[in-house]
Every structure is written in structure tokens, then in C-alpha cells.
Design a protein around this ligand. Structure first.
Ligand SMILES: *[C@@H]1O[C@H](CO)[C@@H](O)[C@H](O)[C@H]1NC(C)=O
Ligand SMILES: *[C@@H]1O[C@H](CO)[C@@H](O)[C@H](O)[C@H]1NC(C)=O
Ligand SMILES: *[C@@H]1O[C@H](CO)[C@@H](O)[C@H](O)[C@H]1NC(C)=O
Ligand SMILES: *[C@@H]1O[C@H](CO)[C@@H](O)[C@H](O)[C@H]1NC(C)=O
Ligand SMILES: *[C@@H]1O[C@H](CO)[C@@H](O)[C@H](O)[C@H]1NC(C)=O
Ligand SMILES: *[C@@H]1O[C@H](CO)[C@@H](O)[C@H](O)[C@H]1NC(C)=O
Length: 546
């Protein structure tokens, strides 16, 4: 595994950062320069082609503080177009920087693009990933952490250390082979194994000192499997979910569905030795399992005994999902939680019901939402809007209720009004667990249960302390309901995090629309925006930045 960071590059960047820190009066800037290359990796003992960032697999962590501006210059040294997206970074007023093909043109091979993100009013644990062409099966993902500003209280003592723990299922095949399989109309077979921070069995080790407490930021960056995370002889305290401090609960194990992020605290309160960290797949046959190591600094012995078993029933997961609540008195990005938004008192102006399905179209496997299987046009939807290019997509290309029709291919865009407050019900009539992500938003998970959602289901909604997050699971033959306050103008991807499903159409774009053209509602197109498709050769004009 290649793990060489350019020390010289890192030094130069530090100098630039400190120079800028002196001259910048507003929110701080942090600069990153990332080279994306192929490189040999063999996490499961078989050599394969990975995608590395600055020689690293997984890619480097982004360490930031609330309101930081992150300037990330990405050089694409692959032989294919490339895009990075930022799971959970809200991109307020700025969907142009979202790094999905509906908003942003890919970085051509040999070229670069500088993302300008601001982690405005955010805290918490997230990750970035490559959004195009099944690259996610090869790497190029990494952790994003947004720390609270120094004077804002965090509802637990400073941990002795803070570890990124990226877990995910993995294939021994190269991403191009997997992609070819999907392109030819087939489904993918089951993954070959599970990785922890890019390493196979007992490859990832986390150092702890007896008596101290550590924060683990766990994200499921895999392609499809829900994963259970647990540590031999240790409990965990759940403290944060995708940017919100939770009511702290004790867990013996934690289900992390694909695309989700959680922070737990672990206290090294056992005898000085090594302990298994176990990650195993949920809702699959067979169950895939891998182990890593919790290593006490004065460890007298290697791991021993059998790794603890995980839960096997759905109820465990459902009960755990219900138990995850917001700590209403803890600070978030701001210190005044009492003054926070009471989502339960706002009237819903629109209900959207989304039902997933799978089937064959023209002899090829496809996945759909409300019977529409998304196909990407050659031009990002956001650029079509900006340049007023007709014929790229149609409003009304997807209905806001299931139609029961056969699956059809289209560029599905659902339009909603800026500042509306909506309810979205994910109805999963399939026997497969789903995980959905919405870019640009943190939504309240107000309810989830088995069977069919009906208006009566609202009686059981949690209207007090539901967790706001950006990725939610939907159990097999079940529903999940969310409330979303549409306070972020833009073109936002709503997708399955089950990557083959996303790739074969289980996604669409939510166009949050206003007639206002004020930069207070939406930032102008970036001056460095790449142009492609029908937007090629257009002029970015003299954009005046507010
Ligand atoms: C990126 O690659 C270029 C050319 O290969 C090299 O000059 C530069 O130092 C690299 N930067 C980093 C941060 O590795
Ligand atoms: C590419 O990188 C250069 C610096 O090496 C930068 O000036 C330029 O703006 C970048 N291009 C884009 C499209 O961001
Ligand atoms: C973990 O928590 C469970 C129940 O909350 C408790 O029974 C068990 O003793 C705890 N284990 C450790 C190692 O603290
Ligand atoms: C919620 O946060 C407050 C403020 O930091 C803290 O005192 C309290 O213990 C937390 N409650 C739970 C259940 O985590
Ligand atoms: C799960 O919960 C359902 C309903 O709450 C119950 O009927 C079923 O027996 C439970 N299954 C297990 C394995 O506990
Ligand atoms: C919500 O609707 C109810 C009934 O129509 C009304 O009484 C209430 O004032 C509304 N609440 C808000 C916050 O608009």
C-alpha cells in the first residue's frame, strides 16, 4: 500500500495558509492540493488498481472548523473524467460545488478543478467520495471532520484522540470491470470482503492508553452493505450523528447503513491487551466479517478469544434507530439550542412519496424511483439552468407519488419551492434494505416502521427530538418519513447510497427553485466552473461576486 505524502508539498501549503490567515479578515481559509492517481493496492491480498489521493488510500482527512472555507484543488491524473462530492457538506446556496454530474462538469483527464466549499454553520463527521463512473469501488474517499469553534461548548470532554474509521464492503475487481458488468445490464455479485480504513483483516489498528477516552468517527463508505460495528469487551457512547449531538446512549454495537456517519466515544477501561474491532454485514447471506485491532499502549498480549457476534435480527436495528435522538440542550454549530428550530410546529406544505423498484429496461437491469430510472444528460442540469439551455431535462419528469407504471428511463427532476416545508416518505416495497441521501440538506427523520405508510402513520411521528441527518435507511418492506425545510436553493441529488442502484438509475434531482436571482439566495456560478456538453464554449461572463 502506497502511503507517501509529499512533505515538501505539505510545508508549502502551510506557508500559504498562514499568509492567508493574516490577510483574511473573514472566515478562515484552508488550502488543499490533491493529486488523483491510480496506484496498486491489495487490501484483500489480491493486487488491484486503486484510486489514490496524494498517494494515499483512503485519501487524506479534511480537518476543519465551523465556517472554514476549504479550497481544494484537485488534479485528475486518471484516464477518465473524475469528480469528488462531499457527503454531508451542505454547500449552502452553492450547489455548483456539489461535485455530482447534475451540478458540476467532470474534471477531464490531465486537468484540475478547484472546489470552493464553506462548512458554514456545520459541525460533525462526514466524508468525501468520487461520484462518477463507479470510481467509489476503487477508493478516493476520505473523512471530513468539522470541529466546533473554540468557544462553543461540546457536550463531552475533549477526547484523548480522534480517529476516522472508514468502513465499507469491497470487491477484489477493478472499478472498470464492475462498471462493465453494470453497463452490460447485469447486477453485481456480493462484495468480497470488508475494509476498515482501506485495510483487510487485522490491518487497521487504533492505539489507546488505558483510562483514556477516544472519539471514533465511523462512516460507511462502502457500496451496498449495511454494517454492524462493535469492539470486543468495550461499550461505546453515541455522541454525534451527521452533524448533530445526540442524547448520549450506551451501545454494544452500532448499525451503520451505507453512506451514514456516526461518532462514538470509547473508553479504554479494560486490561492492557489488544481487542478485536469487528465489522460485519447486516441483512446479507452469507454475513461478511472483518476485524481490526484496538491496541492498548501497554498491551501484554495479542488479540485472543473469538470476536464478538453481531446482532442478526431487524428489530435490533429498528430499536436502535428509534433510540437515536437529538440532545436538545447541547450546542451545535451555535451555542443557543433553546432558540433552535422547532420542526414539529411547522405545517407541511407538500407530501412526496418515493417508492423504489427494480426491473429490466431494454433487457438491462435498472433501478427506479416512482418508476423513473435516472439517466444523466451530457450537460449538468445546473448549467442548463444557468445558460437557459433547453432540452436537457423537463420539470414533471418524475411524479411526486408512486405511479405503479413500468420502469422508464428519463432525466428525472422534481421541482419544489424555496422555503417550503415538505414531508418525504420513502416507501420500500422491496425485500432489500435501502439507504437514501439528499445533498444540500440535513432532514429530520420523523418516523420509520414496517409495512405501508398511511396518513395515520403520522400519529407516531417524533415531533420533538428526531435526529437531523443527511442519510437515512429504509428497512425492507418498510417506510421512513422525513421532514425537510427547503432553505437551500439549488439542484440537489437525492440518491440511493447502494452504489449499483444509484449507478443504474435510483436517483433524481430535487430542484429547489425561486424566481429570485439575488446572491443572498444563491451564489453565482463559480468563475472557474468547467463547462461541458451543451454548455461547452459558453461564456462565464463578468460574474460579479457578492
Ligand atoms: C502532484 O503531482 C505533481 C506532478 O506530478 C507534483 O509536482 C506535485 O508535487 C504533486 N503534489 C502533491 C501534493 O503530491
Ligand atoms: C488549476 O490549478 C491552477 C493552479 O495550479 C489554478 O490556478 C487554476 O485555477 C486551477 N483550475 C481550476 C479550473 O480550478
Ligand atoms: C456494556 O453495556 C451493557 C448494557 O448496557 C452491560 O451489561 C455491559 O456490562 C457493558 N459492558 C462493558 C464492557 O462495559
Ligand atoms: C445533553 O447536553 C447537555 C449539555 O451539554 C449535557 O449536560 C447532557 O448531559 C446531555 N444529555 C444527554 C442525554 O446526552
Ligand atoms: C420483531 O418485532 C416484531 C413486531 O414488533 C415482532 O412481531 C417480532 O417477533 C420481533 N422479532 C424478533 C426476532 O424479536
Ligand atoms: C398550522 O396549521 C394550523 C391549522 O391549519 C394553524 O392553526 C397553525 O397556526 C399553523 N401553524 C403555523 C406555524 O403556521
Amino acid at each position: 500500500m502506497a502511503l507517501n505524502i509529499s512533505a515538501v508539498g505539505a510545508l508549502c501549503l502551510c506557508v500559504i495558509v498562514s499568509l492567508f490567515a493574516i490577510t483574511s479578515a473573514g472566515d478562515p481559509y484552508k488550502f488543499f492540493e490533491w493529486n488523483v492517481t491510480y496506484g496498486d493496492i491489495s487490501p484483500l491480498g489480491v493486487r488491484q488498481q486503486g484510486i489514490l489521493i496524494n498517494g494515499q488510500f483512503p485519501g487524506p482527512d479534511i480537518n476543519s472548523v465551523t465556517n472554514d472555507n476549504l479550497i481544494i484543488n484537485v488534479f485528475n491524473d486518471l484516464d477518465e473524467p473524475f469528480l469528488l462530492s462531499w457527503n454531508g457538506v451542505l454547500q449552502r446556496r452553492n450547489s455548483y460545488e456539489d461535485g455530482v454530474f447534475g451540478t458540476t462538469c467532470p474534471i477531464p483527464p490531465g486537468k484540475n478543478f478547484t472546489y470552493t466549499l464553506q462548512v458554514k454553520d456545520q459541525i460533525g463527521s462526514f466524508y468525501y467520495f468520487p461520484s462518477l463512473a463507479f470510481h467509489k469501488a476503487a477508493g478516493a474517499f476520505g473523512g471530513i471532520r468539522i470541529l466546533s469553534r473554540p468557544l462553543i461548548p461540546v457536550p463531552f470532554p475533549n477526547p484523548a484522540d480522534d480517529y476516522t474509521v472508514l468502513i465499507g464492503d469491497w470487491y477484489k475487481s477493478n472499478h472498470k470491470d464492475l462498471r462493465n458488468q453494470l453497463d452490460s445490464g447485469k447486477t453485481l455479485s456480493s462484495p468480497d470482503g470488508i475494509l476498515i480504513n482501506g485495510r483487510g483483516p487485522n490491518g487497521a489498528s487504533f492505539n489507546v492508553v488505558k483510562g483514556k477516552t477516544y472519539r471514533l468517527r465511523i462512516s460507511n463508505v462502502g457500496l451496498q452493505n449495511s454494517l454492524n460495528f462493535r469492539i470486543q469487551d468495550h461499550n461505546m457512547t453515541l455522541v454525534e450523528v451527521e452533524g448533530t449531538h445526540t442524547a448520549q446512549t450506551t451501545l454494544t454495537s452500532l448499525d451503520v447503513h451505507v453512506g451514514q456517519s456516526y461518532s462514538v466515544l470509547v473508553t479504554a477501561d479494560q486490561a492492557d491487551k489488544d481487542y478485536y474491532i469487528v465489522v460485519s454485514s447486516r441483512f446479507t447471506t452469507p454475513v461478511l466479517t472483518t476485524t481490526g485491532i484496538l491496541h492498548y499502549s501497554n498491551s501484554a498480549s495479542k488479540v485472543s478469544g473469538s470476536p464478538p457476534d453481531g446482532p442478526t435480527d431487524v428489530n435490533f436495528s429498528l430499536a436502535q434507530a428509534f433510540s437515536i435522538r437529538t440532545n436538545l440542550t447541547a450546542s451545535g454549530p451555535r451555542p443557543n439550542p433553546q432558540g433552535s428550530y422547532h420542526y414539529g410546529e411547522v405545517n407541511v406544505s407538500r407530501t412526496i412519496i418515493l417508492s423504489n423498484s427494480q426491473g429490466n429496461v431494454n433487457g438491462k437491469q435498472r433501478y427506479a424511483i416512482n418508476s423513473v430510472s435516472y439517466v444523466a444528460p451530457d450537460t449538468p442540469l445546473k448549467l442548463a439552468d444557468h445558460f437557459k439551455i433547453e432540452g436537457v431535462y423537463r420539470i414533471g419528469s418524475i411524479q411526486d407519488k408512486p405511479t405503479g407504471a413500468a420502469i422508464q428511463l428519463d432525466t428525472s427532476v422534481l421541482q419544489t419551492d424555496y422555503r417550503a416545508f415538505i414531508e418525504i416518505v420513502f416507501q420500500n416495497d422491496e425485500d432489500v434494505i435501502q439507504s437514501y441521501h439528499l445533498d444540500g440538506y440535513s432532514f429530520f427523520v420523523v418516523g420509520l416502521d414496517g409495512g405501508q405508510w398511511t396518513t395515520d402513520s403520522r400519529k407516531k411521528y417524533n415531533l420533538q427530538d428526531a435526529i437531523p441527518r443527511c442519510t437515512t435507511q429504509v428497512y425492507p418492506k418498510s417506510w421512513t418519513a422525513i421532514y425537510v425545510s427547503l432553505d437551500n436553493v439549488g439542484m440537489w441529488n437525492l440518491r440511493s447510497e447502494f452504489w449499483a442502484r444509484q449507478y443504474l438509475g435510483q436517483q433524481f434531482y430535487l430542484r429547489v427553485y425561486t424566481t429570485s436571482t439575488s446572491f443572498r439566495d444563491e451564489l453565482p456560478i463559480p468563475t472557474n466552473a468547467l463547462l461541458c456538453g451543451k454548455a461547452s464554449g459558453r461564456s462565464l461572463g463578468n460574474v460579479i461576486h457578492a
